[in-house]
Structure formats: structure tokens, C-alpha cells
Design a binder for this molecule. Structure first.
Ligand code: 6GU
Length: 226
């Protein structure tokens, strides 16, 4: 999978992909993340990428030309399955969306800033608009990092235990059950007996029950989704 991220603050996107699972995905050649500085595609001397909005009002808007130049440049080198705009008014990301998108190969992610991008860029180039939740971030970069993490860990061969992504919270619209490690007794809180029983079926049943219970109390909305 290849993810090309267009940003006005590319430095923000250095560290998130240099550790742990995403680092391993890159080292194994399963994921390539490329951060592009939008200012490199500005044609003005001051490297301008935003301008006042027509109609007035506070806040700048990301201009058409640098974004258009950048996307056209990238598209000359390869084709993309999706050109995604990270924006609070996009479709809210969930596990099902990530599962579907993880089957694709190549993405451009455009990170919004200021008041957002000129509407014509959305009309001309953007194939999908994604939000990571109902709150506002100061830019799309952290959302792009969240997207890349969520998709990267689903790629076959990235997680060592191939089954572990399947047992994540949300994979069957259930939250994960509680987990324990040593010691058996910590400050008088005891690991449930069943987990020490060695009885695989009982353990699986218990975990499923706990997952259901947790979902009912914390996220009943998940139980109504198909
Ligand atoms: Cl993708 N961008 C911004 N700026 N804020 C957000 C978001 C994205 N998702 C939730 N809030």
C-alpha cells in the first residue's frame, strides 16, 4: 500500500510512522508513506498556499492552484484508488470503513487547514472525505496519522499474530473483553478463575459474554449496527 500525504506542516507527520507497528510495516515493504509539502507546489514567491475567502469573513481558505498542481504531479506518476480529504465535515471513520479501504492499494490524503480548501478542489479531485470524529482539530495531519495507523495495521503481514486484528474491538461491532497478565493477585484484585482454568471453550464463552456486557453498558449503539 502506498499513502501520499499532502500537508502544509509536513514535520507533524515524521514521528507517527517511525515507531512500532507502522515502522515495521514500512521496513517489511508493506506500507510506503510519503509526505509532500504543499508549499513546494505554490507558484508565488512567498510560497503562499492560502488566501482570503470570497464573500468575506474570518479565516483563510486553501487555494486551488498549489493543491491542483500537487495532485496533478502525483497522478502523473501513478494512479490512485482514492483521493481523500481529511475534514471535520467528512464521513466519520469507523472500523468497517477501514476494513474496506485496507483492500485498496494507493491513496492521496489531503490535509485541510484554516477554513478548509476551495470547494472546486473537492469537486474536481476528491473521491472521499473523512472525519475522525465530532470535534475540530487545527489541521488534518493528526487525522491523516490516525487513518494511516488504522489502515496500516490491517495489511496482511504487518501484525505478527495474524489473528490479532480480527479480535480487536469493533471487528464484530463488540468492544474487547477485559484482559489480565501477571500477577494473579494485585492489590487484592484477583484474575477471574476461568482465565486460569485452561478450558478453552469456557474462556472463549466468558470473553464473548464480557464483550457483550461491555458493549451493552458502554456503547449500546454498536449493537444496533448491521
Ligand atoms: Cl479530518 N480534520 C480536522 N481539521 N478536524 C477534524 C477532523 C479532520 N476530524 C475530526 N476533526
Amino acid at each position: 500500500m502506498r499513502i501520499d500525504i499532502i500537508s502544509v506542516v509536513p514535520d507533524l507527520l515524521q514521528s507517527p510512522f517511525s515507531h512500532s507497528i507502522l515502522k515495521r510495516a514500512k521496513e517489511r515493504g508493506l506500507l510506503e508513506v510519503n509526505v509532500i509539502n504543499l508549499r513546494d507546489f505554490s507558484t508565488s514567491k512567498q510560497k503562499q498556499v492560502d488566501d482570503y475567502q470570497y464573500g468575506g469573513g474570518a479565516g483563510m481558505v486553501m487555494m486551488c492552484e498549489p493543491i491542483s498542481n500537487c495532485i496533478e504531479h502525483l497522478k502523473k506518476q501513478r494512479s490512485y484508488d482514492e483521493i481523500i480529504y481529511m475534514t471535520p465535515d467528512g464521513e466519520v471513520m469507523n472500523q468497517k470503513m477501514m476494513n474496506t479501504l485496507s483492500l485498496k492499494n494507493s491513496f492521496i490524503i489531503l490535509c485541510g487547514h484554516y477554513k478548509g480548501i476551495d470547494e472546486r478542489i473537492r469537486q474536481l479531485y476528491i473521491t472521499k472525505e473523512i472525519s475522525i470524529g465530532d470535534y475540530v482539530l487545527s489541521g488534518g495531519e493528526l487525522a491523516a496519522a490516525v487513518f494511516t495507523d488504522a489502515i496500516g495495521r490491517l495489511l496482511p503481514g504487518v501484525l505478527n499474530d495474524e489473528t490479532s486484528a480480527l479480535t480487536d474491538s469493533f471487528q464484530d461491532n463488540l468492544l474487547s473483553p477485559p484482559v489480565y497478565t501477571r500477577p494473579e493477585n494485585f492489590k487484592d484484585l484477583i484474575v477471574p478463575d476461568v482465565l486460569l482454568s485452561g478450558h478453552e471453550k469456557k474462556i472463549n464463552d466468558w470473553r464473548h459474554e464480557q464483550a457483550l456486557e461491555r458493549t451493552k453498558t458502554r456503547r449500546p449503539d454498536l449493537l444496533n449496527e448491521e
